[in-house]
Design a protein around this ligand. Structure first.
Ligand SMILES: [Zn+2]
Length: 221
């Protein structure tokens, strides 16, 4: 069983959802730097306050700060799933070094691949519930902006940054920052490319099968 896993992919590739599903299925602790930052901020910790200075200016936290948060979270853990981290080559190299110091190695890095067209289509038809945080898609959930949330009844809204312009920026940033990360892991023989265009359950099965590939006794019958 692979115990130290990284999921990478463009926006709307489903990496957060898949990380949560894998975490629940295999009992692996899962984290993203975004979630860790939100937790630090809500606790009002020194790291959280420092991170807030960067994110309130609309920026991303520097690699050094991201790594500090990651090590604080890993502290003592030997199994994990990260989603969307490492985001830059600098983070990936520092992550490798830090894992080595702790006597750990990454087992696999999954790159969830999705065409720009599909990313755009998924995001521009995406609606979120301000009440319970559920995410829906106009194309296959039979909802539109203002529909009541099927889970809790609150009116569905479109996220402010789910626009064509904002997305073009995020995609070009993703390409610039994350493609060198995937090349880095490819050179180390850790990268597996997975087609992220199928439905959530199909994508999960592909990841599940790959994770269990060398351990047939662990696979579901
Ligand atoms: Zn809701």
């Amino acid at each position: 069983m692979k115990n130290r896993i990284v999921l990478l992919g463009p926006p709307a590739s489903g990496k957060g959802t898949q990380a949560a599903l894998l975490a629940a299925t295999f009992g692996l602790p899962a984290a993203s730097t975004g979630a860790m930052l939100r937790e630090e901020k809500s606790r009002g910790s020194a790291i959280g306050t420092e991170a807030e200075r960067w994110t309130t200016q609309g920026g991303l936290v520097p690699d050094e700060l991201a790594l500090r948060i990651v090590w604080q979270w890993i502290d003592g853990r030997t199994r994990f799933i990260f989603d969307g981290f490492p985001r830059t080559l600098g983070q990936a190299q520092a992550f490798d070094d830090g894992l080595q110091e702790r006597g750990l190695t990454l087992d696999v890095v999954y790159l969830l691949e999705l065409s720009d067209e599909t990313v755009l289509n998924r995001i521009c038809t995406r609606l979120t519930c301000p009440g319970c945080g559920s995410v829906f898609n106009e194309s296959f959930h039979f909802v539109t902006k203002g529909s009541p949330c099927p889970s809790c009844g609150v009116e569905l809204t479109r996220r402010k940054d789910d626009t064509r312009e904002a997305l073009d920026r995020r995609l070009s940033e993703y390409r610039k920052e994350t493609l060198p990360v995937t090349e880095h892991y490819e050179a180390r023989g850790l990268l597996r490319r997975i087609d992220a265009s199928p439905a959530r359950a199909v994508l999960f099965q592909a990841l599940y099968d790959d994770l269990c590939a060398n351990n047939p006794e662990e696979a579901l019958s």
